[in-house]
Design a protein around this ligand. Structure first.
Ligand code: ZN
Length: 234
């Protein structure tokens, strides 16, 4: 069987693959990826900061509750009737009051710290929201540019597909199937000539004499090393 047809098919297919690779490695494709990642990064940051903010808010609530409770205790001591107390009791109250006031100071510092933290988080969140919005906008623009490029390339790709489809009707289905199988493994070009005396035209590996004998007989043999299809012409 002559393999000229499938070699012709392969020629178009290689152009098609080249186009695909050009699209995949284009600046436009890279930008789409980069802005997508940047957007994701901002969203991750925001999610993390929300967790931190929730946690800080919880602590702050607890500190506020303690603060209220401590203030109440101080008020109770201050408002209590002290006229019947002896010196020992007064001394005790004074000490209690001192302790509570210390606690109050501490809690006030805690609340102030929590407020400051929440303020900082809020500033960072605003920044990340802005960045996320920017990335989303840039992502949309990059996607538009990518689709524009894809559309342009698809004219050429469509023409190649049409040629391939026309040729493939002259190719034995079994041979086509073998071709597609190797192509799917990204071993392209699939068909490679024998490099005399016994080298694979794809990977350069020397092939054993039994494979070489089969190649002489069947004109097509799979390279045991790279899996491409080595051919010889009549
Ligand atoms: Zn090979």
């Amino acid at each position: 069987m002559s393999i000229d047809k499938i070699l012709q098919y392969q020629e178009y297919d290689m152009k098609y693959i080249k186009l695909e690779n050009e699209l995949k490695s284009s600046q436009e494709a890279k930008k789409v990826m980069a802005y997508k990642q940047a957007g994701q990064q901002s969203i991750d940051n925001l999610t993390r900061m929300n967790d931190v903010a929730d946690h800080t808010m919880e602590s702050l609530k607890k500190s506020m509750a303690s603060l209220e409770e401590t203030s109440k205790q101080i008020d109770e001591i201050n408002n209590s009737e002290l006229k019947d107390c002896d010196e020992k009791q007064l001394d005790y109250f004074a000490k209690q009051l001192e302790k509570l006031e210390q606690k109050l100071d501490e809690l006030e510092r805690e609340v102030s710290r929590g407020n400051k933290e929440l303020g900082e988080i809020s500033v960072n969140q605003k920044k990340d929201f802005e960045q996320a919005a920017k990335a989303a906008k840039a992502y949309r623009a990059a996607t538009d540019a990518f689709n524009e490029l894809k559309k342009k390339m698809s004219v050429e790709a469509g023409a190649l597909s049409k040629e391939m489809k026309a040729i493939s009707s002259d190719i034995a289905p079994q041979l086509m199937e073998r071709y597609m199988k190797v192509r799917a493994n990204k071993r392209v070009p699939v068909f490679v000539p024998l490099v005399k005396p016994n080298g694979c035209g794809g990977c350069g590996m020397e092939i054993a004499s039994d494979t070489l004998n089969k190649l002489q007989e069947k004109k097509i043999q799979e390279c045991p090393n790279c899996g491409r299809l080595i051919y010889i012409k009549d």
